[in-house]
Design a protein around this ligand. Structure first.
Ligand code: TRP
Length: 357
């Protein structure tokens, strides 16, 4: 069995540094380790449309933004196949067949969908496509024989649903599909980076994101406005580290040599935290440090982005080629399923003979 990694994102907005520490950074590491046969990253526009059906322009716009984000963090199209979901026609076929082996009751148990439904307040007017998107996601995964799915924990119910579909299909039609496994990010602290305002979720609507595409001045402004410890009023006051966004971010972004480079009077993050807790360390100083740490990470990202923004044709070419490659793989899976279902009426002699004699 080949080792196939697949993951994806809905193109509904630019990616931010929460995406970066939560998943993009480890995708680049995985890519560079090279321990796989195929590595796919999907821009899930069909899924994005399930709750943005009235705003295709937003989805279209963000396909290119997300592609630029991938390329700028160092996803290498010679190692990873980046593709657009809607261009892989086999996925619609798989989705259609999988619909028959999932009950509505099973779909309604999915906790991720439950909380999404609550948030969006669809009521009875829920689009069927949205309600059933976990089935389409099962196609996304099995359509490329993917076995390793690096995702956040909110996606675990989707992987579980996929595994059930795989088992059902294999039970009915014989071994056809592979059961995928989710791989969660290894660094727990960075799984869900909070917003700059301390809100648990970094989100566009809350205006508390630092985007990968933000310029240096914007990043500086956002860092200087970050939520710290509201009781740390004077420099000499003792400060709190828990819930202080500057320290939360430093936990995710600080590198071994960050202190040596930007704040040599401290040895490491523990020493900095101790000094802050004792009092005598001002917010501006730690914010400036965080700003420099972030800049070191974001400057090369910005440079790569600038290159690709000026070579947008290349980006479309990468997506086009990726989508063609992905389609070929998916067509093979569809053929396999159709053959095992024995509905390949026109090229199966057995069927033709059985029903014509
Ligand atoms: N549901 C995922 C998200 O919201 C996006 C996605 C679509 C995906 N298809 C996928 C992730 C297949 C992993 C595998 O982020």
């Amino acid at each position: 069995m080949d080792k196939v990694i697949l993951t994806g994102d809905r193109p509904t907005g630019r990616l931010h540094i929460g995406h970066y520490v939560g998943s993009l950074r480890s995708r680049v590491e995985l890519q560079n380790k090279g321990d796989y046969d195929k590595f796919y990253i999907m821009i899930a526009d069909v899924q994005a449309l399930t709750d943005n059906w009235d705003n295709p322009e937003k989805v279209r716009q963000n396909i290119i933004e997300v592609a630029l984000d991938y390329l700028s963090v160092g996803i290498d199209p010679s190692k990873v196949t980046i593709f657009i979901q809607s261009g892989v026609k086999g996925l619609y076929q798989l989705t259609c067949f999988y619909m028959d082996v999932v009950t509505l009751a099973r779909l309604q148990r999915n906790p991720t969908i439950k909380s999404e439904l609550k948030m969006r307040e669809f009521g009875e007017s829920i689009p069927v496509g949205f309600r059933t998107y976990p089935i389409s996601q099962a196609a996304d995964i099995t359509g490329f024989d993917a076995t390793i799915i690096p995702v956040g924990d909110d996606q675990l119910p989707m992987i579980e649903q996929t595994r059930e579909i795989v088992r059902s299909i294999n039970n009915i039609y014989g071994e056809t599909l592979y059961e995928p496994e989710a791989v969660l990010p290894s660094n727990d602290a960075c799984r869900r980076l909070p917003g700059t305002d301390g809100n648990a979720k970094m989100s566009k609507s809350l205006g508390n994101c630092i985007y990968l595409a933000d310029d240096s001045d914007t990043v500086k402004k956002k860092v200087m406005g970050m939520y710290t410890d509201p009781n740390h009023i004077r420099v000499e006051d003792p400060g709190q580290v828990e819930g202080n966004m500057v320290f939360t971010y430093l936990d995710c972004f600080c590198k071994e040599d960050s202190f040596e480079k930007f704040l040599p009077e401290f040895k490491d993050l523990d020493e900095l935290k101790d000094a802050y807790k004792k009092g005598g360390l001002g917010d501006v100083k730690i914010k400036n440090f965080l700003y420099q740490v972030l800049e070191e990470e974001l400057t090369p990202v910005r440079e790569k982005r600038k290159y690709y923004e000026e070579h947008i044709d290349e980006v479309y070419e990468i997506l086009k080629k990726g989508t063609e490659d992905a389609s070929k793989h998916c067509d093979q899976v569809v053929d396999r399923l159709i053959k095992n279902m024995k509905i390949n009426y026109f090229d199966n002699k057995e069927i033709i003979e059985k029903y014509t004699n």
